[in-house]
Design a protein around this ligand. Structure first.
Ligand SMILES: O=P(O)(O)OC[C@@H](O)[C@@H](O)c1c[nH]c2ccccc12
Length: 262
């Protein structure tokens, strides 16, 4: 069963409430169906209980161009388990109300096309999805999905890169809903040793133009990274490291990563 109040407003409400309490946001990313579809809902429930502010769910896809080896392999494992977008939506329709945290789908545009844009927006709404990240859909092509998406009331989160011009930064920040996803490295997803030294200045620039919270993602894998990033952002998104820890069922370490945010 799905509570009707899911969507853009719910995501905004949860993030604003968190930040207004003086807390930071932590969004773990998982690959749906890594380890089999049976693990999907229990994993979401565990992350919800461990203090995730929201949860980003990746849809298995054969050509994940923005992803490094950890997420590519997770995608391959999920596909080997026969996990499909349809199955993910169907199971969420049943179980969504057992998870409090807002849910964000991360998918490339191709699976959305294949599913049918109108049909997908309608069904993800019914499944209680609150936001979407579509990394290969630039601002110039938003019109492809906008009618169906706004009708469904689902937030579309925009990614901004380190190399965007000031003008572009502003455009992306104004278009983003829920939060602004600030990519902290040049390149693909996956753990990094260290980050560029002028990140703080970059985040100050982003915060000055962004109407929504500014979250840092890509390469964050240690408690020290979480602390560093939350010192100048509204919170973090952690993917590859969460996927590795979930493979070992290491919820203790995941909790510690989440707790490092405040
Ligand atoms: O895995 P990392 O380096 O922690 O990065 C975050 C990330 O996994 C998640 O947000 C993500 C996974 N695939 C993406 C593709 C594009 C943008 C974002 C993502």
């Amino acid at each position: 069963m799905v509570n009707r109040s899911h969507g853009k407003l719910y995501l905004e409400d949860v993030l604003t409430t968190t930040i207004n309490k003086g807390e930071k946001v932590f969004i773990p990313y998982i690959m749906a169906g890594d380890g089999g579809l049976d693990h999907f809902i229990p994993t979401l429930q565990k992350l919800d209980q461990a203090g995730a502010t929201a949860i980003e769910i990746g849809i298995p896809f054969s050509d994940p161009v923005a992803d490094g080896p950890t997420i590519q392999e997770a995608s391959k494992r999920a596909k080997e388990h026969g996990v499909t977008l349809q199955a993910i939506i169907d199971i969420l329709k049943q179980e969504r109300d057992t998870i409090k945290a807002p849910i964000i789908f991360m998918t490339y545009i191709n699976p959305i096309y294949k599913y049918g844009i109108e049909r997908l927006m309608k069904e993800v709404k019914e499944a209680g999805v609150d936001g979407l990240i579509i990394p290969d859909l630039p601002l110039e092509h938003l019109s492809l999905i906008e009618d169906a998406r706004t009708k469904a009331g689902i937030a579309l989160i925009q990614l901004v890169s380190l190399t965007s011009s000031r003008k572009r930064m502003k455009e992306i920040a104004s278009a983003s809903e829920g939060f602004l996803y600030a990519v902290t490295v040049n390149g693909i997803t996956g753990a990094r040793q260290s980050f560029n030294e002028d990140l703080q200045e970059h985040f100050n620039d982003l915060k000055s133009v962004s109407p929504t919270p500014v979250l840092a993602g890509f390469g964050i894998s240690t408690k020290e990274h979480v602390k560093q990033m939350t010192s100048f952002s509204d919170g973090v998104i952690v993917g590859s490291q969460i996927i590795k820890l979930l493979q070992n069922d290491d919820m203790g370490e995941i909790k510690q990563l989440i707790e490092a945010k405040d």
